[in-house]
Design a protein around this ligand. Sequence first.
Ligand code: OOB
Length: 553
Amino acid sequence: MTDTAEALTAPAGPAPTWPAEFAERYRAAGWWRGQTFGGMLRERAGAHPGRVAVVDFGGPDGSRRTWTYAELDRRADALATGLAARGIGHGDKVVVQLPNVGEFLEVVFALFRLGALPVFALPAHRLSEISYFCRFTGAAAYIVPGEHGGYDYRALATQVLASCPSLRHVLVASDDAGPFEALSEVYARPAPRRTGPSASDLAFLQLSGGSTGVPKLIPRTHDDYLYSLRGSNEICAVTEDSVYLCVLPAAHNFPLSSPGSLGTLHAGGRVVMCPQPSPDTAFRIIQDEGVTLTGLVPPLALVWTEAAPRTAYDLSSLQVLLVGGATFSEEAARRVAPALGCTLQQVFGMAEGLVNYTRLDDDPELRVTTQGRPISPDDEILVVDDEDRPVPVGTTGHLLTRGPYTIRGYWNAPEHNERAFTEDGFYRTGDLVRLTPSGHLVVEGRAKDQINRGGEKIAAEEVENHLLAHASVHDANVVAEPDPYLGERSCAHVILRDGAEPVGAMALKSFLRGRGLAAYKIPDRIVFVDAFPTTGVGKVSKKDLRTAAAPSA
Ligand code: OOB
């Protein structure tokens, strides 16, 4: 048995890890340095106690609040102590569903210090997703805002609690915690802790965009994630003078680590939490806070590019705009720098690991026509055909990757891991790419059964399963169709059951909402058909369905 095969079946825990020879190599190269997130914050707080680490607009009536490094460090400790007093400790899972507020970082660092694992949910997730995360991870606690974006998370928590026996605590980041405990009650006088996690331990579980019936969880370690932050900071020139505006949902891998809020804190810079992404709000904050960099998905980058030339706000502090998460057209990419007066940096990353950036000193053409190259010299990139044979440079193929911050397997998913990873540990990204002679990657498409709705990933199978639960639905297939703003939107093709109660598109959509599915996963369009197109061997041809879904005009 090879090292890799051993690693994939290792009984050490539910997460396959790097074989020893790779771990040794990554340590020897200096990528893994034995640092933990808790240690990192302590170090920064020691070096710059009085510098402002975090700014948000989560005070009464959206008022501004700030945290110095010393305050963030102390409050994370105080929260860790209070959580420990409630029995939350090393290895416990805590589903964190917080919007862009300072408490998000306090909670995350408190859990890091305890060695408890945040499970990063998005504010858009609803009962279906959250109860799955809680049940699948056996979560001990669930942390929510009170109300956010007009939605009451306390009501959601009541439903989640009823279906998740492992949940011992629901904590609400609001003065009005309803039937639950307010997070603000948990902070306690910091007590010395005898043990903490080690750098090779898991730090958190991140969510995969996925292409399967249920979302997959991505186990990331302190060592590997901290390396991706240091690498990102170097490539994006993040220093203690940087001011990062966190516009996208804070828990997503892109705004978390590319270089994101955690990268910025690692550099000793300042993180500004943006309450909402509209140019009106964000441009004012860029001006008032002297924001130097931020990251956006393509649809938002388009909106900002259009709004910038007409704005009265001064955007001159903005040096770098990162754009990634979904395909950004070359034409749109060309418009960014002139409109916003900053450098465009494309980023093609994935929560499973690999992140590619165009470099600030790349040839300007490469910056608009490619999605960058990997962070690490130890990121291994293979572009292969359908039989896993390497294709020549310049030819489109499947992207496989392996490296010092790319996982070797999803958490507790041995069967799926057999398909999603090669025998020697390469992750099958499901992306179709082409390598340029300069070593840059161009994303040409996708082989995975997923819809990328402006950066929000939808696993077709997950939505299909929900549709199939309707008594009148005989079969369903969900595919992407082009959308001028989002890039892609979702279209469900549905065959109704013979003789069943007729049901319309509106009713099916509200059925899906009623099942507690996040709004972005509800199909944008539902079409009723008598049969699906099939391939030569009789399988449903999603390729033909996609063409069928394309608007005829
Ligand atoms: C980021 O992470 P995820 O995990 O939500 O999604 C990863 C997938 C990739 O496999 C690819 O299909 C797509 O999103 N993607 C892009 C892209 N960046 C990501 N497709 C085309 N062009 C791009 N520039 O989306 C993510 C994680 C870290 C940094 C940035 C994005």
